[in-house]
Design a protein around this ligand. Structure first.
Ligand SMILES: NC(=O)C1=CN([C@@H]2O[C@H](COP(=O)(O)OP(=O)(O)OC[C@H]3O[C@@H](n4cnc5c(N)ncnc54)[C@H](O)[C@@H]3O)[C@@H](O)[C@H]2O)C=CC1
Ligand SMILES: O=C(O)[C@@H]1CCC=N1
Length: 266
C-alpha cells in the first residue's frame, strides 16, 4: 500500500505516527511532503523510517491514498501539485476543515473517490475520534475505516455532519486544554506553585480519563458518587452550576461549527 501525505504538520504526523505505532502500515508505505517544515519532515524520516519527497510525479505514482493535510487556505497550491499526476485509482482523503468533496474534485480536475475525515491530535496516542464522510463513488470503504481504526474510534456521517464533528471532536481537545489551563491557573491562585499546579491538574485529568476508559457509568453517576451531602463537592458544584457553563460550551461549539461552514464558502 502507498499512502502519501501532502502536509506533514500536527495532524498528518499524529495520523502517520499512530498508524505506524499500531503496526497497521509499514513506515516504507508512507510518503510525506510538505512546504514549510522540511526539517521536521527529515526528522520523521530519521525517527520513523517514512519516505520524504518533493517530486510530485514520484509521490503520486501508484498512490493508493493521498492524504490532503495542509491548512484549508493552502489547498489550491496542493491541488496544483497533484493535478498533473493524479491517477484514477488514487483515493483522496482530506483532513482539511470545511473543504467540500465537490471542491476537492473540482480543484484536482478529476472525479476520484474522496473521503473527508475529521480526526483530532489524540491520533498520536491512538485515541482520536474520527468523523468520516464518503463521496458516492468511494468503493471499499472498509479498508479506510480499518486504517483509521488504528488511531481512533470512527463515526461515519453524511457530509453535512462534518461541520458539527469538526467542532465537537476536531477542535474539542483544544477546548478541553483551555479548561485545564484555567484549572491550573486557579490552583496557582489558591497558592500552589506553577509546577505543582501543572502536576495536580495533569494527573487529575489523566486519572479521570482512565476512569472513563474503564467504567461505563454515566458522567452524572460518576459525579454524584463524589458528591457528599453538604460536603465540599456540593459547595463547588453549586457555584459551577450557577455559571451557565452548558450555555458557554454550546456557544463555543456553535462558533467552531459556523467557522467550518464559512471555510467551505468558496
Ligand atoms: N491540528 C488539529 O488538531 C486538526 C487539524 N485538522 C486539519 O488538518 C489540516 C492541517 O492542520 P495542522 O496539521 O494543524 O497544520 P500544520 O500547519 O501543522 O501543517 C500543515 C502542513 O501543510 C503543509 N503545506 C502547506 N502548503 C503545502 C503545499 N503547497 N504542499 C505540501 N504541503 C503543504 C505545511 O508544510 C505543513 O506541513 C488543516 O486543514 C486542519 O483543518 C483536522 C483535525 C484536527
Ligand atoms: O482549528 C482548525 O481549524 C482545525 C480543525 C479542527 C482542529 N483544528
Amino acid at each position: 500500500m502507498k499512502i502519501v501525505f501532502f502536509g506533514a504538520g500536527n495532524m498528518a504526523s499524529a495520523i502517520f505516527t499512530g498508524m505506524i505505532d499500531k503496526g497497521i502500515v509499514k513506515p516504507d508505505d508512507i510518503y510525506i511532503t510538505s512546504k514549510s517544515n522540511r526539517v521536521a519532515a527529515m526528522e520523521f524520516k530519521e525517527e520513523l523510517g517514512v519516505n520524504v519527497s518533493y517530486d510530485d510525479a514520484e509521490l503520486c505514482k501508484d498512490a493508493d491514498y493521498i492524504i490532503l493535510a495542509s491548512k484549508p487556505q493552502n489547498f489550491s497550491d496542493v491541488a496544483k501539485r497533484i493535478r498533473p499526476h493524479l491517477e484514477e485509482k488514487t483515493k483522496l482523503i482530506s483532513v482539511m476543515a470545511g473543504i467540500h468533496i465537490s471542491t476537492i474534485q473540482e480543484e484536482t480536475g478529476m472525479d476520484n473517490p474522496v473521503a473527508r475525515i475529521m480526526p483530532n491530535t489524540n491520533a498520536m496516542v491512538q485515541y482520536s475520534v474520527n468523523g468520516i464522510a464518503f463521496s458516492d463513488n468511494f468503493k471499499n470503504r472498509d479498508e479506510l475505516i480499518e486504517l483509521m481504526a488504528s488511531f481512533g474510534k470512527n463515526v461515519v456521517v453524511g457530509e453535512e455532519g462534518m461541520d458539527n464533528i469538526t467542532a465537537a471532536t476536531g477542535s474539542g481537545p483544544a477546548f478541553l486544554y483551555y479548561i485545564y489551563e484555567q484549572y491550573a491557573k486557579s490552583l496557582e491562585e489558591l497558592g500552589f506553585s506553577k509546577e505543582d499546579a501543572d502536576k495536580l491538574t495533569r494527573n487529575l485529568v489523566i486519572g479521570t480519563g482512565k476512569t472513563l476508559a474503564e467504567r461505563s457509568e454515566s458522567f452524572e453517576k460518576l459525579r454524584t458518587d463524589i458528591t457528599s451531602k453538604a460536603g465540599t463537592t456540593e459547595a463547588g458544584l453549586d457555584t459551577l452550576s450557577e455559571s451557565k457553563l452548558q450555555e458557554i460550551i454550546f456557544e463555543t461549539l456553535g462558533s467552531a461549527r459556523d467557522r467550518s461552514k464559512k471555510l467551505s464558502e468558496r
